[in-house]
Design a protein around this ligand. Sequence first.
Ligand code: CU
Length: 592
Amino acid sequence: MNDKINLKRRRVLQTMGLGAALVSTPSFPIILKKEAFKRKGRQATAAFAPDVEIELTASVARVPILQGRQTQVWRYEGKVLKGDPASVVTLPDNYLGPILRFRTGQRVRVWMKNRLPQNHIIHWHGMHVPFEADGHPSYEVGPGGTYVYEFEVRNRASTNWFHPHTHHATAAQAYAGLAGLVIVEDDEERALPLPRGEFDLPLILQDRTFTPDNQLLYDHRGPLSILGFLGERIVVNGKPDLALEVADRSYRFRILNGSNARIFKLAWSDGEPVTVIGTDGGLLERPVIRPYLMISPGERYEIWRDFRGARGREVVLESREFKGTMPPPYENALGSGGMRDRMRQLMGGGMGRMGGSRRGMGMMGSEGMGGMGGMGPMAILSRHLPQGSRMELVRFRVNKKSKENQPLPDRLRSIPRYRLEETVNPNQPRPIALGNQGRNFTLNGHLFEMTGASKIETFPVNTLHLLEIFHAHGEMKMNDGHSDEEGSGMTGMGNMNLAMMLAMAHPIHLHGAYFQIAERIAPHGDSEHGAEGYETVKDGFVDEGYQETVLVMPGERIRLIKPFPDYKGLFLYHCHNLEHENAGMMRNFKVV
Ligand SMILES: [Cu+2]
């Protein structure tokens, strides 16, 4: 390898302040050693009479993903023990868990059996459930353990999902395959003339990196430990290069971004605008039309698309180029058209060819854990699809003829608006300050504490509050007295402004009941990114519905109104960039 290029690589890394970070080992194997497999779980309670009872086993499996060798994954398998057999829909030959189908008002019991070689707990993302059923990491169970969830479905019709919330291991466990959809239905939604059955399809968007022998590679050392994992292939519904045969009629797509850190800017290749009919919390009052739709990790959107007139053609759901979600040094050095492309040319092309050996995740034990020996840090950086680059997600081949069609209803269902004057704090929003401590991102100035919740994180039950999420780099203390260790991660940063280094978008997720966005205050022109990046994403937000995850762009302020009904206890709020969450960008709010 040419010295000049080596020097260039080193400079890029130094520019990003990542010199010392590169020698640190991935956190994943460390967890295996540190965590004692101690908890036995939770048993069923006699007083709870379930309408539906499900067994959900988390275990190691092998599935076909790419041509050739099968891929070792971690996967949920579901089985109905009692109630409607259609409550569990298994996706064959897939790492994704089953689709669970519930109805509002049903009482659900889920037996989660942990057959993984690691602690585990499930979070019902989007579902409004009691503290003991929310998957708080303090409830995680060891290998062989069982955790029984019991809850009543209080959500309106909506598309939710379930995934791990294991302390320090959510990111690696979700990446290994542990995720599934929860579709809630209710009478009002079923009465609407929307596409159903084979015309109502989920699209679960993820990205992965594979070794040459088809194994999942999860390496987020170096830059990606700060930025979050970004893979080199897009996988939709568990399949790379997904192509679906569709009819020339209308479809409803329930889209989940199940990636660890990838953000998508959804658009149709034929120039049709995106018709959005639902958000995290189900249907909107009426469809909204956007030129493109931003969807960040954890979020769901429902879109409606009519393929009439496209018969014989192929229409692609793609992700368009955008900027402003990653720190400027990343976007400048590695953004498409930037230095990264020049480097790829210099290195002889193909992504993933640099840096020698590539090993699997080694999830079963010590095998492969020290791996990645031959892979240089720059190789890791160069082996992903850059955040914000253009990519194809799903190809739709419109080749079936349909006799009937369902037109788009212009009214969907009502959403009572939460009003500012009904909140207990209309003039003093509770803060969610996005900051940092050294190389780790924080919330309200602190890293995660298992049972910790400060005064501003405590909410009386059955109240409505105004909250404001904002970026606080530069305002928060940058160093909490662990100067040596934390400082070393920043060597090579030189005079680079820390705020700029860490200026990135965070998808912020609040457990509990859905919130509504009251106000979105765009970044000032003098923020770290300026207005340029924001311009490329701002027309893709949908703030009209119920949500529990919101992408907060650098310099942006978001005011939201959130109820805290029904349940007391500790509920998490965190960044849904899963590497950020695992590094401590998570806190509790305590409902009392
Ligand atoms: Cu984040």
